[in-house]
Structure formats: C-alpha cells, structure tokens
Design a protein around this ligand. Structure first.
Ligand code: F0G
Length: 457
C-alpha cells in the first residue's frame, strides 16, 4: 500500500484552546461590532485570521532563544542573523526591524518621494499604505488571470510584463523601484515564477530601476517554483531561493511568516550606500543598527527559522495542509480560489453569496457567518480592506471579494482543518437565508478594517 502523507514534525508542547456555543458567539460578535479584529482570542476556537506571527517555533528555535545576546551594540545574535541572511538570501547588508511594515517604513523613507509611482504585483496593504502616505501611487501590474478565481494558472502572482513596461514607458522618471511580492498575498497567496522574476529584472535593467522583493512568504514561493516550473524541479528550496534573489537589489521581510517567529523583520540590500541611508531612518524609527526593532533572542530564532523555513519537508507539510482545507471545501461545493495559495485558502464571497450587493460588504458578511457557525476566525479581503480612494473618498470596490483563511505554521492539526471545512460547509448549505450584509457605523480614515464598527442589515 502507498503510505499516506504525514507531517514532518511531532508535538512537544500544547496550548489549550476554548470551545464555545453558537449563542456565545452571536453575543460576542455583536459586542465586537461585527469586526473580527475586536474579538478576544479566547472567543475564537480555530484562529485563521493570519499566518503572521502565529506559527509554532521549533525546539531548536526555542534553544536559540536561550542563547540570545542582548548587548546593545555588536550582539552575537546580530551576526548570527547576518550570516543566515547572507547564506540563504545572498545579501551583504541588512537592518533588523520590528516587523515587515517597519522595514517598509525605513526603506521607503529613503526611496519614495511625493508624486512617485511604484509599480508592483498587488502591493500588500501596509506597503500601499506606506506609498500613499508619502503621496505617491502604487500601480498594480498583476496578470489579469489573478482576478478570476476559476482560472487555473500556475503562477497567478506574476507581474504582467506589458503593464509594467507601459508604466515605465510613460513615467520612468517617477518610478523609484519596482516591488514584487513573493508570494502575492493580496492576489491569494499566489506564487511568482522564476521566469517572471527574471523578466521583471530585464525590464528594470532596461530602465535602470531597482527591484525590491516584499519577501514575507518567499520560501513558499520557492516551493511552488519547484513544484510547478519544470526546469527547477530537481533543485533544492535553498538553490531556488538563491536563483530568485539574484534578481533583486533589496528586500523587505516580515519574518513573522516564512522565518516562523512571532515578531521581527528586516531589510536587506546589496549596496552599502543604500544601507547607510536607511541606517539613519532605522536608528530613528526602530533602534540601533545591530538590533533595530528586535531583541537578541528573536534575532537568533529568526536565523534558525530562516533555515527551517527553507527546508523542503517544512514547506511540504505546510502547503499540503493548506491544500487539504482547499480540497475539502471544493468537495463540499464551496467556491474557493484555485489553484490554492501557499498560506491560505480564499473563499470567493461573490460566488458564495450570489446576488448580495457589494455595498453590503459581502466578504465581511461571510466572515461573520463563518465565525458564528464554528468559532473559526478568517479575515475579509474585500471592500472594507480596500479603504476609500484617498482623492474622492469613495469606497473602493475591488474585483475580488474574498474571505481568507490563513493557516498558522505548525500550529493546528488536520482535525482542525476538517472541523473548519465542515463549519464553512454548514454556512454554504444555508447561504440562501443570508440575504442582507452589513453597513459601516464608524471608520478610520486609513486602514479602516482594523477598527471599523459595523451593524447587520
Ligand atoms: N508584506 C506582505 C506580503 C504581508 O503579507 C505583510 C503582512 C506585510 C508585508 C507586513 O508585515 O505584518 O510584519 O508588518 N501580512 C499579514 C497578513 C499581516 O495577515 O497577511 P508585518
């Protein structure tokens, strides 16, 4: 008999989680003003709000925590992190930051000026926020296939090279760099092919522009290259990572994802000049250059996590668990984005709640229903997240209305996955009864999804 797939880890420590009833959850979500960010974690049974900082560290990472060097300057932990970044990603210079958006803040303080245009593939919301905050514009050049959840394409995260060239043809002087997000979170955790990374490099070279990778899930991207880009099937993950990053001048990293730590990030770059310019902002915003926003123990765990996060077995276990959720949902008839992303399954709320007007925030409505049904917390990737247009202040309605179920690394068992799929199937089976959505009572001027208050219609 062919042996079934099994996880490449066993469990050494457990964290109890609380069960609740539907009545409890109806009360709690009302008190939370129908914003899942307002729930207390103990009111959630399976938390798929994010895969960011929610992973389980390994015994080796915890051992590294004990070896952390908390010296203000020149800590050995800094050098450990520097060696890991050089070995795995190939960059000579780096700055630690407290998380990914802090890396964006520091780097963009050097590079982004008012009136600039920054092309990329579906910039993550903090990335876009840091661009727009500087009165610059983020232009989305993702391939069109990414916006149809039913289209099968192995690399839906790709940059459309024609769209990118058109931006540069028209406005090259306003473009400080091109940013490529690997994997493309906003488009559904979808990977970018190595060929596409090379094509972006070629366009950048033609116009003499820098290329920056937003690298939160770079290892998952490398796994998909190995699985789906035939030419690279026999290479190790680390070899593929090397081939990816030779095409970048710099990177920002939220280490809370593929480096499997709870807090931390960094910027890495090839040029000493950029390192020095960014160091000034790092010291003001984050901390001295040899710790930035991180403690020594976390830098140690990050270095170890980068190594583990780029091992084939770690990625294979992870991505197969994500696919298990996706396949279960498909078997129940639930419309999800295909192919499955690396860190999350995205439910297509427009196909799930057919006929509900976009003005009633259907993806948010669906996320609320899933919570009420099973205590499963996902997150809306739709019109609430998209915010208002900074000029017109009108709601921006994105092409896709999604509920993201992001799976923390090495945290939940396959039983939690089965439970989650069943809860969603129950909502799907009563979808005809869900005819009205929600309306906004109160919202912040930017990044409103974190604090928005809602009412059920
Ligand atoms: N870039 C990408 C692609 C991200 O997914 C995130 C965070 C960031 C940058 C910012 O990093 O959170 O460390 O400051 N994504 C999380 C998520 C929040 O849930 O997808 P951060």
């Amino acid at each position: 008999m062919k042996l079934p797939f099994a996880e490449s880890f066993r469990i050494k420590m457990v964290e109890p989680i609380k069960k609740s009833t539907k009545e409890d959850r109806l009360k709690w979500i009302k008190e939370a003003k129908y914003n899942l960010f307002n729930l207390k974690s103990e009111q959630v049974f399976v938390d798929m709000l994010t895969d960011s900082g929610t992973g389980a560290m390994s015994d080796r990472q915890w051992s590294e925590m004990m070896l952390g060097d908390e010296s203000y300057a020149g800590a050995s932990s800094y050098y450990k992190m520097k060696a890991a970044i050089k070995n795995i990603l190939g960059f000579d210079f780096f700055l630690p930051t407290h998380q990914g958006r802090a890396a964006e803040n520091v780097l963009f303080s050097v590079l982004v000026k008012e009136g600039n245009i920054v092309p990329g593939n579906s910039h993550f919301d903090t990335t876009k926020g840091h661009i727009e905050f500087r009165k610059a514009t983020a232009v989305d050049c993702t391939i069109d296939e990414a916006f149809d959840t039913t289209v099968q394409h192995p690399f839906k995260g790709n940059v459309d090279i024609n769209k990118l060239e058109n931006v540069l043809k028209a406005d090259a002087d306003k473009v400080p760099f091109i940013i490529v997000t690997v994997t493309n979170n906003t488009a559904g955790g979808q990977p970018v092919s190595l060929q596409n990374l090379r094509d972006v490099r070629a366009v950048a070279d033609k116009y003499n522009k820098m290329v920056i990778y937003d690298s939160a899930r770079f290892a998952e991207n490398a796994y998909f290259i190995k699985e789906r880009e035939a030419e690279f099937a026999n290479l190790s993950i680390k070899e593929i990572v090397e081939l990816m990053f030779v095409n970048a001048d710099a990177m920002t990293m939220s280490a809370k994802k593929d480096a499997i730590i709870n807090m931390g990030g960094f910027i890495a770059m090839r040029e000493e000049k950029l390192f020095q310019e960014a160091s000034v902002f790092n010291i003001i915003f984050e901390g001295y250059i040899t710790y930035g926003g991180m403690s020594g123990r976390d830098m140690n765990a990050l270095a170890q996590g980068l190594d583990e996060g780029t091992q084939y077995d770690t990625l294979d276990t992870r991505i197969k668990q994500v696919a298990l959720l996706g396949q279960k949902l498909i078997d129940y008839g639930v419309p999800v984005q295909e192919p499955f992303g690396g860190h999350a399954i995205f439910i297509d709320a427009k196909r799930f709640l057919e006929g509900m007007p976009k003005e009633e925030f259907l993806a948010q409505t669906l996320a609320i229903e899933i919570y009420i049904e099973g205590g499963v917390r996902g997150v809306e990737i739709g019109a609430i997240l998209a915010d208002r247009d900074p000029e017109t202040r009108e709601n921006r309605f994105p092409k896709l209305e999604l509920v993201r179920l992001a799976i923390p690394r090495r945290t939940y068992t396959d039983n939690h996955i089965n439970y989650t799929a069943a809860a969603i199937a129950n909502v799907f089976n009563r979808r005809k009864e869900i005819t009205r959505g929600v309306k906004i009572l109160k919202e912040a001027p930017i990044m409103r999804h974190f604090t928005v208050e809602l009412e059920r219609l």
